[in-house]
Design a protein. Sequence first.
Lengths: 156, 156
Amino acid sequence: MPASKDKQKTPGLDQSCLQHLLGYQIARADVPTRRAFAEHIGRPLELSPVEFSSLVLLAFNPATTPKQLAEALAMVAPAVTVLLDRLEKRGLIERARSDSDRRAQIVSLTDAGRELALKAHALSMDMEREVLSALSAAERAILIELLQKVARAARA
Amino acid sequence: MPASKDKQKTPGLDQSCLQHLLGYQIARADVPTRRAFAEHIGRPLELSPVEFSSLVLLAFNPATTPKQLAEALAMVAPAVTVLLDRLEKRGLIERARSDSDRRAQIVSLTDAGRELALKAHALSMDMEREVLSALSAAERAILIELLQKVARAARA
DNA sequence: TATTGTTATACTCTATAACTATA
DNA sequence: TATAGTTATAGAGTATAACAATA
């Protein structure tokens, strides 16, 4: 019997011509990963991926500036502004002028923001278990390491 | 001396709190991968990632329907319509009604489309060499395989 | 009734340019 | 003159709903 159990109306295309491309494989693996995020964190906590990442980064990095967030998240400055506007409006973060350089800002979590960040971080553990369920612990570690290697090499 | 050689104005954030997340690693690896695509294929051939993927898939899959493309590229039907509109306007593809089911279409490459698809496919080899230059051949194969495993597991 | 594909529309993301306030 | 952050705006990508033609 065929591998798929649904009505098998449309036969799938042969994608072997693209499978050697890292970008293509990343795009394909990105689909289930984003779906898992939406299910475990995005919908229940009403957080987008960058909102989640920002909160967690802020929870683990005291005295962060918008510029640092922009670099860490590969975002452009205006995008960070609207991101922080949203988080501030929800009462999750606060912005204060830096004393040493009055152009710069110090972004910090409110109590509500810290609570949400830690809750989201905890949920991310369950999410990973599901996303990586097809992989052994060793395979999981290797995958993370190889992706880091690709990202790091290109930054140099 | 510090690892980075630039003006080191903004100290980078500690991102260890996110590094265990596949989605985060995918997003980070996606940045240099997209940049390499733009440089090697996107700008010189004026193709977006999905335009490239569509052309290559069509080159290797005769008698493809828009619905099949939608599934292969994880796109929604209206997005495929505008994608094919663009490619058709550039004289790269043609659309014809299917004989067996007159609702469906058969998408096929024009001569110009086939030529561009094969040229792009060849360029993608050079691109991969650069993107994966930090990885050995064995690591490269493992990375591709593990990403496939993640994508496949979630589809089940 | 269900399916293929189209149109219209809206919503989010992302990118750029012009501005302010500080340095 | 350069930098941190903001505002305004435009462009691309993505999603939904309503529709026409066919099954």
